[in-house]
Design a protein around this ligand. Structure first.
Ligand code: ADP
Ligand code: MG
Length: 656
């Protein structure tokens, strides 16, 4: 006598207990099923047929009793092994078809193969062949709601056969069908049985049951008759019958499947996308948190970076090695200190100092023809173009000879040229009046386009230091002194050396002041740092809100698709497959949200650029914000996904 494929001994199933009344649904079922059998389980509604089928199909565990599958005690198998068994050995056909509504016929049929790790090409081919065989070749792309009941049931039979379907468990397969379709489905099951599939048919209809070779009658959780109990079963009756040994070998070979993750991932992404698309309005609303969060962070960082770069460029435009020296009052009512020629000579000798240039200047009125303009007029030497890195655009700079002779010559800034000599094609050689003194224009400075403080650098006239002293201001003392440090990286040291020298020369009196561009840039960087911190806080809050949105929508999805989860489990999905699927959906949500956020940020950035606001997008900020959105998806999607994965297959299947 060979081992039965399925052997039940004293199987009992009770529901309830605790606060709800305890019901014994199965009260001691003994049943052996051999390979190649076609049997019907009949009984009145409520007699426990579906409960028995769920136990047979390893969707549910009995409360008590022993279930041996191919000689193996099922009670000892873990949830992954049970999933493997459902995937490889069983194929379910339900009264309500239980197709996934968002998938096409083809996709529904392919699903069990995805969990089995079958390659895409093989999957497609097999699903098409099965659908073709069941007369649905022209319906592969239809969704369940576009199919008749009979067609849906044939799709679900094809799905049951996808991984082989050695044992077909059909629970009232014709219950919801008209008699014509019902007859067709029964003929199909008949055919499968004759091909060697074990068919276990559950029905309350005796006429339907009559097609089976063996009829088992169940009442109130007990088998009251079994047509085969008299004659011992012969396992060799059908040569094509599945050999129990075969499955047992495969069972002991382990339930790990190979290379399935790729197919599953593609399937999960497709499914996720479809669900998002179906609920696009709801999805868009929920994603608003992430979109706005990502966009605002990216835009604000870009604006911050843009203004920072602008400031840096402006300060750097005058050389980051520049130190400014001013006379200042050491005490509130004391006189302002004066930088003498003697001081300048001493400072010029310092090894840390590369160049030194005193400037004697002030705001002055400048006139050309009948046009008047106020601009900064500075007397300085010929170091000016080098020390400020500021060449002339037209004409030339004044010379050392001009300096020695206190010549009345001027080099005008871009702004002055624009204001006073706009209509003059060649300003070189023209005379302008500075404080009513005539000066001849010898050159025009290139446009600097930068400002220091609130004065526009291009609104400037440069004249020889001697001319400024003698002709305009009547004093030989500099207004300020520009010192270029030899090493741009050691501005601080140069400043200290200058300070020490001056303190010594001024009898320890701090009647001067030193500032430098590098220090200003640093101060700017500090402000930026504070700003970044604030942005970080905004980012964290908006991502938190976005994350809660993702969690909310995922919880909703799991609730709405509980039935689908049950179907997936019945076709062999393991807990981790379900977990992965819903996690993929959560991540997809945040990826879409993140991308939309970046898109929005680019749009806003573009608009700001058009409004002449400095914007500089940094890859790091863009990727960082996107990465945060992604992490949010994983973190907030995990709880709902785990909830889905831990659902009980039967409870999920029978949920509304
Ligand atoms: P059948 O398929 O033969 O119509 P079922 O196996 O579906 O019957 O149900 C048998 C009995 O078990 C019914 O009386 C039903 O109320 C009860 N039952 C089924 N599932 C549950 C459950 N989850 N909790 C409590 N009672 C249940
Ligand atoms: Mg039932």
């Amino acid at each position: 006598m060979n081992t039965p494929l399925i052997e039940l001994r004293d199987i009992r199933k009770a529901y309830g207990g605790g606060d709800s009344p305890r019901v014994e649904v199965l009260r001691g079922i003994d049943l052996s099923i051999h390979a190649g059998e076609f049997l019907a389980i009949v009984g009145a509604s409520g007699s426990g047929k579906s409960t028995l089928m769920n136990i047979l199909g390893c969707l549910d565990r009995p409360t008590r009793g022993e279930y041996r599958f191919a000689g193996e005690d099922v009670a000892g198998l873990g949830s992954d092994e049970l999933a493997w068994l459902r995937r490889e050995a069983f194929g379910f056909v339900f009264q309500g078809y239980h197709l996934i509504p968002s998938g096409t016929a083809q996709e529904n049929v392919e699903m069990p193969a995805i969990y089995a790790g079958t390659s895409a090409a093989e999957r497609h081919a097999r699903a098409s062949a099965l659908l073709d065989r069941l007369g649905l070749a022209s319906r592969t792309g239809n969704r369940p709601h576009q199919l008749s009941g009979g067609q849906q049931q044939r799709v679900s039979i094809a799905r049951a056969l996808m991984n082989g379907g050695h044992i077909i468990l059909a629970d009232e397969p014709t219950g919801a069908l008209d008699s014509q379709s019902g007859t067709e489905v029964m003929a199909l099951l008949d055919e499968l049985a004759s091909q060697g599939h074990v068919v276990i048919l559950i029905t309350h209809d005796r006429e339907v049951a009559a097609r089976a070779k063996r009829i088992i009658e169940i009442r109130d959780g007990l088998i009251i008759s079994d047509s085969a109990s008299a004659l011992p079963h012969d396992g060799r009756a059908n040569p094509k019958a599945l050999q129990a040994v075969d499955l047992r070998q495969r069972l002991s070979a382990g339930s790990e499947h190979n290379g399935a993750w790729k197919g599953e991932l593609v399937d999960a992404v497709q499914a996720a996308w479809r669900v998002m698309w179906i609920n696009r309005f709801r999805t868009a609303l929920t994603l608003l948190g992430i979109v706005i969060g990502v966009a605002s962070v990216v835009v604000m960082l870009a604006v911050g970076e843009g203004s920072k770069r602008q400031v840096m460029a402006q300060m750097g435009a005058f050389g980051s090695n520049i130190i400014y020296l001013n006379g200042s009052a050491p005490a509130p009512r004391a006189a302002k200190g004066i930088i003498s020629e003697y001081d300048l000579a001493a400072l010029a000798d310092l090894p840390e100092v590369q160049r030194i240039m005193p400037v004697n200047g002030a705001e002055a009125s400048v006139r050309f023809g009948n046009l008047d303009h106020t601009s900064y007029v500075g007397g300085n030497d010929t170091n000016f173009p080098t020390i400020f890195n500021w060449p002339v655009a037209e004409g030339s700079y004044f010379t050392d000879a001009d300096e020695r002779g206190a010549a009345a010559v001027a080099v005008i800034g871009h702004k002055v040229r624009q204001k006073l000599l706009k209509d003059v094609s060649d300003p070189i050689g023209r005379y302008i009046l500075i404080e009513n003194m005539p000066f001849q224009v010898v050159g025009v400075l290139a446009e600097k386009g930068a400002s220091s403080g609130d004065s526009d650098a291009d609104n400037r006239v440069a004249i020889p230091y001697s001319a400024a002293s003698v002709r305009l201001f009547g004093t030989r003392h500099p207004e300020y002194v520009v010192i270029a440090a030899r090493d741009a990286g050691k501005v601080k040291e140069a400043e200290q050396a200058v300070s020490r020298t001056l303190l010594r020369l001024h009898n320890r009196k701090q009647d001067f002041e030193l500032t430098n561009n590098a220090a200003m840039i640093q101060a700017e960087a500090r402000t930026q740092g504070t700003l970044s911190l604030m942005l970080g806080a905004i980012a964290a809050i908006s991502l938190l809100v976005g994350g809660i949105g993702v969690m909310n929508i995922m919880l909703m999805t799991v609730r709405e698709r509980t039935r689908e989860i049950g179907i997936r489990m019945a076709t062999g999905a393991r807990q981790r497959d379900i977990l992965r699927q819903f996690l993929t959906e959560a991540v997809m949500l945040s990826v879409v949200g993140g991308l939309a956020g970046i898109g929005l940020a680019l749009l806003v950035g573009g608009a700001l650029l058009l409004g002449k606001i400095a914007v500089a997008f940094e890859w790091l900020a863009v990727f960082g914000a996107f990465g945060c959105a992604l992490v949010t998806g994983v973190v907030f999607g995990f709880m709902p996904a785990r909830k889905a994965a831990r659902l009980d297959p039967v409870a999920a299947l029978t949920s509304e």
